[in-house]
Design a protein around this ligand. Structure first.
Ligand code: AMP
Length: 208
């Protein structure tokens, strides 16, 4: 199973991805996590992206594409993967199509978590305040100002992917404002009908 989770920051992509990981035994590939690890380790890539990430902008396409190209080659990604936070631009999506086609692979579904931005922002701002009150560590880009910029980047650069994948016929849209369990159940229903659709026709299967 190869999936993309599409949606703005705070839409719940990470939460749903983790659940799908344990359910389908596939890996979650989050470019945000990989880039944060590079920043934490002080690698050349980390030094290149640290400031870009801190201001809520997007890192260069070529850099994230090469990270993903390497990552999908790893043995643990053979059974399938969930891309969380990638692709984020049309050129990244085109490169992903190329990478998959070269390997004879395809996407099973692109799941868009559609949210109401104003409510989302309120939700994230109150979550940040609650974390601060509990003395928990926040991400560098977890503050209202940067969040506005990350949402603006989503709208300008990532939202066009909704149309891109709609044209490709792989887009499935879920109401991301629903409770987590409801979102999970809707995704499960979508994926099981996906599995039915991609299974061989009974008549054909019998003839083999
Ligand atoms: P995330 O954890 O997915 O919200 O990503 C955190 C930050 O990492 C983003 O605000 C970007 O600066 C960077 N980033 C993650 N994924 C990508 C991507 N696919 N393309 C460009 N920048 C990315």
């Amino acid at each position: 199973m190869r999936l993309i989770l599409l949606g703005p920051p705070g839409a719940g992509k990470g939460t749903q991805a983790q659940r799908l990981v344990s359910q389908y035994g596939i890996v979650q590939l989050s470019t945000g996590d990989m880039l944060r690890a590079a920043v934490g380790a002080g690698t050349p890539v980390g030094r290149e992206v640290e400031e870009i990430m801190a201001r809520g902008a997007l890192c260069p396409d070529s850099l994230v594409v090469s990270i993903i190209a390497d990552r999908i080659e790893q043995p643990d990604a053979r059974k399938g993967f969930i891309l969380d936070g990638f692709p984020r631009t049309v050129p990244q999506a085109e490169e992903l199509d190329r990478l998959l086609a070269e390997r004879g692979l395809s996407l099973d579904a692109v799941i868009e978590l559609r949210v109401d931005e104003a409510i989302l922002l309120q939700r994230i701002e109150s979550r940040i305040e609650a974390m601060k009150a509990r003395g928990e560590k926040l991400r560098d880009d977890d503050n209202p100002e940067v969040l506005h910029r990350r949402l603006a980047a989503y709208r300008a650069q990532t939202e066009p992917l909704v149309d891109y994948y709609r044209r490709h016929g792989t887009l499935r849209t879920v109401d991301g404002m629903a409770p987590i369990e409801e979102v999970a159940a809707t995704i499960d229903r979508m994926l099981s009908s996906e599995a039915v659709r991609s299974a061989p026709e009974p008549a054909l299967a019998q003839r083999r």
